[in-house]
Design a binder for this molecule. Structure first.
Ligand code: ARG
Length: 459
């Protein structure tokens, strides 16, 4: 095996060490970015007078051939290829001959890998954004179709107050909007060009880094070569954004698992999005949702893992940094399935309004009865206690709160009048919350329109 750095070594690398040291198995994913970065570097060297125009042209044509080989799946790895950078350079030199050896002038794999990886993250952020938008659109469609369908709302998983399906569905839309913001921010962090930092001290050749940045789609050039080759903040930012998506998907999954259980029965998963049991013929299992919930663990793990790898590294590049790529690749691949699968599951979800209606018990209106007393001039704290007595009386009598008679209500407090029954209506409770973000139909329409604007603007 011929190492690109083998000059000072008298002995070949131990074969297990070669395997241990190599990253080609996974960083081959960066081939396109690596070749793009190398072509830009060759142009930069030529513009700086380091390469002749002919040399640069030869190198760039050779690189394009290597790119075509990767695209066609015909690129053959050689046993000595350690990582994507050495593999590309090795193949380039096979194609163009000795002149290929001039490409690495004034650069290092340290600024090269940081450049490649940032380019990959920039693209990955863009891709994640479109998957998130897909799920957002599915939630919007679900919300719109059943905007005012009443259902119980929960705190502590106990009946709390009535809400609507549209309100609930949109409550899972907004976290995704914030996720998209996080990916956009990660992309901005990644869009700083390290190329030209060389191994650590900066390149000794007058390559125009600003021109390189423009050519490669970076927004700025790194200000400090030492920082540029060690900084992996952008990778952690990407993983944080991915972990937050995982967390949001997990919460949505958990909620839908509950809603699809017989005890709730609010929703039915489409057959295409559920699985059966090998033993119990009647089973329809929410495996899709359970896996999505489970995968949040690995996304959070990737973030924790990378942060742990990065902490305590001495300046500048250390081989530990090679551990940065696999967690991001896996996080990306996880989202590539989890987000479109969830979008499909939401789009095909069947709602069961009758099961939701069956759970709309009068207890959900206790707050509204207290609000009724407030409107009659009773201080809220006192009203809370009075309604508590009504709830207790209903419980003692074994009847619903709505079945307590006006006479009984008035015996508890004189502020109760004939219109108290009106306060104890689901529709009234929903309509009473017309402020921004509430359950009234107008507020829901406003929210839905805002959600649509957010998706369109970001697209
Ligand atoms: N495969 C390496 C990585 O992913 C490339 C950089 C190697 N640099 C070095 N000085 N050994 O980090």
């Amino acid at each position: 095996m011929n190492k690109l750095w083998g000059g000072r070594f008298a002995k070949a690398t131990d074969s297990l060490v070669h395997q241990f040291n190599a990253s080609i198995q996974f960083d081959v994913r960066l081939a396109d970015e690596d070749i793009g970065g190398s072509a830009a570097w060759a142009r930069g060297l030529a513009a700086a007078g380091v390469l002749t125009a002919v040399e640069a042209k030869t190198i760039i044509a050779g690189l394009e051939q290597v790119r075509a080989e990767f695209a066609a799946g015909s690129f053959e790895l050689a046993p000595g290829d350690e990582d994507v950078h050495t593999a590309v350079e090795r193949r380039l030199t096979e194609i163009v001959g000795q002149v290929g050896g001039k490409l690495h002038t004034g650069r290092s794999r340290n600024d090269q890998v940081a450049t490649d990886f940032r380019l990959w993250v920039m693209r990955a952020c863009q891709q994640a954004d479109s998957w998130l938008a897909g799920l957002q659109n599915a939630l919007i469609a679900s919300a719109e179709a059943n905007l005012t369908l009443p259902m119980p709302g929960y705190t502590h998983l106990q009946h709390a107050q009535p809400v609507t399906w549209g309100h609930w569905a949109l409550s899972h839309f907004w976290p995704l909007a914030r996720d998209r913001g996080r990916f956009a921010a990660a992309k901005t962090q990644a869009a700083v060009l390290p190329l030209g930092s060389a191994a650590l001290a900066g390149t000794a050749f007058p390559v125009d880094r600003e021109a390189l940045a423009r050519e490669l789609g970076f927004a700025a050039v790194s200000a400090n070569s030492l920082d540029a080759v060690s900084d992996r903040d952008f990778a952690a930012d990407f993983l944080y954004a991915a972990a937050m998506v995982g967390l949001h998907l997990s919460r949505l999954s958990e909620q839908l698992i509950l809603f699809s259980a017989a005890e709730f029965g609010f929703v039915r998963l489409d057959d295409g999005y559920s699985t059966g049991s090998s033993l119990m013929p009647q089973k329809k299992n929410p495996d899709t949702l359970e896996l999505t919930r489970g995968k949040s663990g690995r996304l959070i793990g990737h973030l924790t893992g990378l942060l742990t790898t990065l902490k305590g590294l001495p300046s500048t590049y250390d081989k530990d940094l090679q551990e940065d790529k696999e967690p991001l690749f896996d996080a990306f691949d996880t989202l590539a399935l989890a987000l479109p699968v969830m979008a499909g599951l939401i789009r095909t979800l069947q709602l069961r309004p009758e099961r939701m209606a069956a759970q709309l018990e009068p207890g959900l209106l206790a707050t509204d009865l207290a609000d009724y007393l407030v409107k009659k001039g009773v201080p809220f704290r006192q009203a809370h206690g009075i309604v508590g007595q009504v709830v207790r009386l209903a419980e003692e009598k074994g009847v619903a709160m709505t079945a307590v008679s006006l006479t009984e209500l008035q015996a508890i407090h004189s502020a109760f009048e004939a219109d108290a029954a009106q306060a104890l209506q689901m529709e009234t409770a929903l309509e009473n919350r017309g402020n921004v973000g509430g359950t009234a139909e107008t507020a829901l329409q406003t929210q839905l329109a805002a959600a649509k604007r957010v998706v369109e603007k970001a697209d």
